[in-house]
Design a protein around this ligand. Structure first.
Ligand code: S3P
Length: 441
């Protein structure tokens, strides 16, 4: 079957209100934490994307009953020692780095050998970043030179560790937090700031945790082996999925968009802070607190006078999944934008810094790259006329959706490969575009 789309026309102006897919990070965490609770949890609005479906499937293989109802999923947690593992069980994480890493944390006390595998993109990603610290808790873990497949066999004799996380990776931090949940005593984590959904979830479930915020780091103490009960949770919209529609609206003419019910946790809103510094006027309305997470409706309008940014590095981790799309705004801004120390972008579903720089060059934008720093020379009048083919060799969902935004706002004839990649995070992407008047051929 044909796996590309063609875009030959720019999007028309719109004034609309939309919802985007539920948050992927919180969806995966809610399933994993529900699997460790005692009793039934009900998860409303769970993201039904491939990454999350692979999480559910794997949890079922580990002996946890999960059932889909009309409005929610029920997960029948069996407590911290509740996984019922068979020897040589294989869990397929598909494209999901978050699931593949976090589940290793929960398997530190497994009775048997469990193997984690993934798709071609995930198999190229680094797992030594979680395997090394997890080994210190006591389980036996082997990997393919730091990559998948990773095999783990837990131990009854877990010991707490001291761990320093220097990358600003929430996946690494959360993996260690989940292992700490199973381990007697206090695990001490010093982590460079990154999304804090796991910490908020732990607090919300009364799992003993202390978080002390410092300028660049958070110090997190987790006290393990504390059981908790099943819970109800409603997943909010994903700001990473919103990012495509925020940028689409800013770059489109005479348009306005209201995006309802989005998670705007401060550790995720780097994109808003960056784009507002570039003259966009994105606002939050109806801000509310839901179980420790901030939720809001986002209002965004077209912007004609975008200006370049010297992006402060402290915003890198809170915008990590959005940079490829933010670069489109830099491409249409007046002046030279600089972004520094984006090495972690190379470690994603594809080497995103390299892919995004090549993309910008392809559409006629001058980019200077030195190691992991880039300078983007903006062209406010950029208008495209030629033919553009985007192959997306690693089937990266965010590269595909960013390319759609470029095609719909910059002109030209586009052929964009790997439309199915949207299924890992945002299966509704084309439906939302349809609501804005775009029919994908
Ligand atoms: C995620 C953390 C980030 C992000 C990923 C989801 C999470 O990865 O890029 O999409 O849910 O914890 P890193 O922890 O590798 O930065």
């Amino acid at each position: 079957m044909r796996n590309y789309i063609q875009i030959k026309q720019k999007i028309n102006s719109y004034n609309e209100s939309i919802l985007v897919s539920s948050d992927k990070s919180i969806s995966i965490r809610s399933i994993l934490l529900a699997s460790q609770a005692i009793g039934i949890s009900k998860i409303f609005n769970l993201l039904e994307s491939e990454d999350v479906i692979n999480t559910l499937r794997s949890i079922k293989k580990l002996g946890i009953k999960c059932k889909k109802h009309d409005k929610f999923y029920k997960i029948y947690g069996l407590g911290l020692k509740g996984f019922n593992t068979k020897n040589k069980l294989v869990l397929n994480a598909g494209n999901s780095g978050t699931f593949a890493r976090l589940i290793l944390g929960l398997l530190v006390n497994s009775d048997n050998y469990i193997k984690i595998v993934g798709d071609r993109s995930l198999s190229k990603r680094d797992f030594s970043r979680v395997v090394q610290p997890l080994k210190k808790f006591g389980p036996i873990i082997s990997s393919n030179k730091g990559r998948l497949p990773v095999t783990i066999k837990g131990t009854e004799f877990l010991r707490p560790i001291d761990y320093v996380e220097e990358r600003g990776s929430a996946q690494c931090k959360s993996t260690i937090m989940l292992a700490a949940l199973k381990t007697p005593g206090r695990t001490k984590i010093k982590a460079k700031k990154s999304r804090n959904h796991s910490e908020i979830f732990f607090k919300n479930l009364n799992i003993p945790i202390k978080v002390k915020s410092e300028k660049k780091y958070d110090k997190i103490d987790v006290y393990g082996e504390s059981n908790y009960k099943g819970f109800n949770y409603r997943i909010p919209g994903d700001i990473s999925s919103c990012s495509f529609f925020i940028v689409l609206t800013i770059l489109n003419k005479n348009s306005k968009l209201l995006i309802r019910n989005v998670n705007v946790n401060d550790t995720r809103t780097g994109i808003i802070k960056i784009l507002n510094k570039m003259n966009a006027k994105i606002k939050f309305k109806n801000v509310r607190n839901y179980k420790g997470e901030l939720i809001a409706d986002i209002i965004v309008k077209s912007c004609k006078n975008l200006k370049a940014i010297n992006c402060p590095e402290y915003l890198n981790s809170s915008a990590i999944d959005e940079f490829v799309t933010i670069f489109l705004i830099a491409a249409k801004s007046k002046g030279i934008s600089t972004f520094k120390n984006l090495g972690e972008l190379e470690k994603k579903e594809s080497p995103r810094l390299t892919v995004a720089v090549n993309f910008l060059k392809k559409i006629g934008i001058k980019v200077l790259r030195k190691k992991n720093n880039v300078k983007i020379y903006g062209k406010p009048d950029l208008e495209l006329k030629g033919n553009y083919i985007i192959k997306n060799f690693r089937k990266d969902h965010r590269i595909f959706m960013m390319s759609c935004v470029a095609a719909l706002t910059l002109g030209g004839n586009w052929k964009l490969f790997d439309k199915d990649s949207i299924n890992s995070s945002f299966p509704d992407f084309f439906n939302v575009l349809k609501k804005l008047g775009v029919n994908i051929s």
